[in-house]
Design a protein around this ligand. Structure first.
Ligand code: HEC
Length: 426
């Protein structure tokens, strides 16, 4: 309401956020779990007095550094860019409420960059002990940045007491904070194994290759011990309506929850097969396949988490279209177009109905519906509907149709939007 809307009617801004963030999270979790993989493997290579393994982990560090610091950092900034363009209201809320958390996160991120560069450039030049210490500092900083960012992300689904108190710590240490932190930590460790395959399969020395691939399989399989109970705990603490949408619903959160449910055992079985004596070509193909499945599984998990909080962006507080829950009653009285700051039409008359309808759709619906695009196309939803059908649907938005926010406009705005959509629908 308070910001202009970036109109991407055909694709829907959400899709853009989804693409950038899917890539980012897959790298960002690797930046954490992979950091542990680096020091752990380096230490192991010293303990076993295995210089070829030390050489391997040094090469892996280069891969790690380039991927996390270039693509990871770029997509991280990309998320800020896309969310602030697509959802300025919630971006502002997140920044204003958690300034200190973001500031700390940036400190940790700076420590990550510095220690990773030192770790890479001093490999083999510094005393082993000090080098391992640098590695541990990197991992600690990376994990702490996961803790903070995850706290803020989990806040959006389960803001808990914050909704009443608006207290910084209530928001940060929210009901799903702990299970999701543990869950993501386990995921990060798992990813370290999946990424580890990619470099291990290139090893010329066959016996080292087999050792490293088997070692990576352990990284993929063992976190399951944490993943299952914390995943279950996570589901227990989220709002019942969100859980229902995930477990028993017919909408996309339930669909993608199934992806997570089926992909996880497939990846685990794949990792066990990797540990067997396979021909190199098969092993390479499987490593790439598992890497892609990991990406799909991770993306599906994030998608489920993001969409299960519908119709909110911050549960019980702010709706997807940026309207606050507390503002609905007033907005119904006053009218959306009068309240919104970035509209051309404030009074609807005979001449401007089409423009008013378009602006109402942009303000209230475009955060979830595209028009003629791939994401939840409104033209598909309204096919063969007339004005009366649409009015009935708008009446039940936020009630029976709990996946949509309540319609916050007055009666004239309701009919204007309905007319606009009926005219648009082929
Ligand atoms: C929070 C996201 C969200 C917002 C905002 C939203 N919708 Fe929806 N809408 C959905 C979802 C999810 C569905 C169900 C899609 C499906 O069935 O696959 C849906 C379905 C519909 C349908 C089909 C009937 C039904 O209930 O399945 C209509 C019509 C519709 N929306 C209109 C609107 C209009 C008009 C607006 C703006 C005033 C709007 N929506 C805003 C998420 C949203």
């Amino acid at each position: 309401m308070n910001y202009p809307v970036w109109e991407m009617l055909s694709t829907g801004g959400g899709l853009l956020i989804a693409i950038v963030s899917a890539i980012h999270v897959y790298i960002a979790h690797f930046a954490v779990g992979g950091g542990l993989f680096l020091v752990w493997t380096e230490r192991k290579s010293y303990a076993e007095n295995n210089p070829t393994m030390t050489e391997y982990i040094k090469k892996h560090t280069r891969f790690f550094l380039l991927l996390t610091m270039v693509l990871g950092a770029m997509t991280g900034v990309g998320i800020w860019l896309t969310i602030s363009a697509v959802h300025p209201g919630v971006t502002s809320l997140m920044i204003h409420n958690f300034v200190f958390a973001w500031a700390s996160e940036w400190v940790f991120f700076t420590v990550e960059i510095a220690t990773l560069l030192i770790y890479y450039y001093t490999f083999g030049k510094m005393s082993r002990q000090n080098h391992l210490k640098i590695g541990w500092i990197y991992f600690a900083a990376a994990w702490l940045s996961l803790v903070i960012i995850n706290a803020i992300i989990s806040f959006m689904l389960t803001p808990g007491d914050w909704v009443k108190t608006k207290n910084f710590w209530d928001g940060l240490i929210n009901p799903s904070f702990l299970p999701s932190t543990l869950f993501r930590t386990a995921l990060a460790v798992m990813l370290a194994g999946l990424y580890g395959y990619l470099t291990s399969i290139n090893l010329k020395d066959e016996s080292l290759r087999r050792t490293m691939v088997r070692y990576c399989s352990r990284w993929v399989v063992l976190p399951l011990i944490v993943l299952i109970p914390t995943g279950w705990w996570y589901l227990e603490v989220i709002p019942p309506a969100a859980r229902e949408m995930i477990s028993g619903g017919v909408l996309d959160p339930a669909y993608f929850a199934n992806w997570v449910l089926y992909l996880t055992p497939i990846i685990i079985i794949g990792a066990l097969v990797m540990a067997a004596r396979l021909p190199l070509s098969m092993q390479s193909a499987l490593a790439v396949g598992l890497f892609i499945l990991g990406f799909l599984g991770m993306g599906a998990f994030e998608y489920v988490r993001e969409t299960s909080r519908r119709p909110y962006v911050v549960y019980d507080h702010m709706y997807s279209n940026g309207l606050l829950k507390d503002q609905v009653a007033q907005s119904r009285e006053q009218g959306v177009l009068t309240a919104a700051r970035w509209v051309k039409t404030t009074q609807i008359n005979d001449q401007n109905q089409e423009q008013a309808g378009r602006e109402l759709f942009r303000l209230l619906c475009v955060s979830c519906h595209s028009m003629g695009g791939p994401r939840n196309d409104i033209l598909v939803q309204t096919k063969s509907m007339d004005q009366a059908d649409l009015l009935k649907i708008m009446q039940t938005m936020g009630g029976k149709r709990a996946y949509m926010p309540p319609f916050p406009g007055n009666e004239l705005e309701k009919t204007t939007l309905a007319d606009y959509l009926v005219k648009k629908t082929p």
